[in-house]
Design a protein around this ligand. Structure first.
Ligand SMILES: Cc1ncc(CN)c(N)n1
Length: 221
């Protein structure tokens, strides 16, 4: 079994909890409270700014031109495709650009994005990928699953979100990161593989906390 398949298996209970989280389920059914979605969109925008920085660090840490170019392409697509989804929702939901960029980051947003940046800065390229892989991969899995829910793709409010994350182009990012991490892991010893596993599991847990924050915190803001 490949290294990333092993990681996916070890994180299975966390990923199942993410799939079953009320926020995710209610995007699929179209019943999510719009205030929770607005809160999520604003926090996620801040998160994505830092996520994009990790791709920039990938350009710096890459040791061949193809890897550099791929990280640069994903930096570009995060800033101009994924974040344009948020800008388009913001416009539709009456959130100004000012509000989007100057929202105060919640503790979970700060903790998750600081964790990713810290692992990316202090570790190797493999550490960097382990920190961001759950972000790219779990969203693709969630998008693909929600796309099978009747009506989810066409829902007037949440359909655009589902269409973005179920897209094959989005899945290609996760596939590429998996292939790169599998390639790098071949030469690593047990101790370093264990570090990568811990990072992957921590980011997976942060994914859960992000859904939960968005579902809960919007009620007590
Ligand atoms: C918190 C979070 N994690 C992952 C993704 C997908 N890039 C996202 N938009 N937000």
């Amino acid at each position: 079994m490949s290294f990333t398949k092993e990681l996916r298996q070890k994180a299975n209970s966390i990923w199942t909890a993410n799939h079953e989280h009320a926020f995710v389920q209610e995007i699929g059914s179209g019943t999510l409270d719009i205030e929770a979605f607005k809160y999520y969109m604003k926090q996620d925008y801040l998160y994505l700014i830092e996520y994009a920085r990790v791709f920039a660090l990938g350009v710096v840490k890459a040791n061949d031109l193809n890897t550099m170019a791929t990280f640069a392409a994903y930096l570009q697509s995060t800033l101009h495709e994924e974040m344009s989804l948020h800008r388009s929702y913001a416009q539709r939901l009456g959130i100004t650009n000012e509000e989007l960029e100057h929202t105060i980051a919640a503790p979970t947003t700060i903790a998750y994005s600081s964790y990713m940046i810290s692992e990316a800065q202090k570790g190797s390229l493999a550490h960097l990928i382990a920190a961001i892989l759950p972000c790219a991969w779990s969203y693709s899995e969630i998008g693909k699953r929600l796309a099978t829910v009747p009506g989810a793709l066409e829902h007037p409010q949440y359909g655009e979100w589902v269409r973005m994350y179920q897209d094959d182009e989005f899945e290609a990012i996760a596939d590429w990161l998996c292939a790169k991490l599998d390639e790098l892991a071949i030469t690593l010893g047990e101790a370093e593989r264990k570090q990568l596993e811990d990072i992957f599991l921590t980011s997976s847990r942060f994914e859960y906390l992000f859904w939960d924050m968005s579902y809960q915190q919007s009620h007590w803001e």
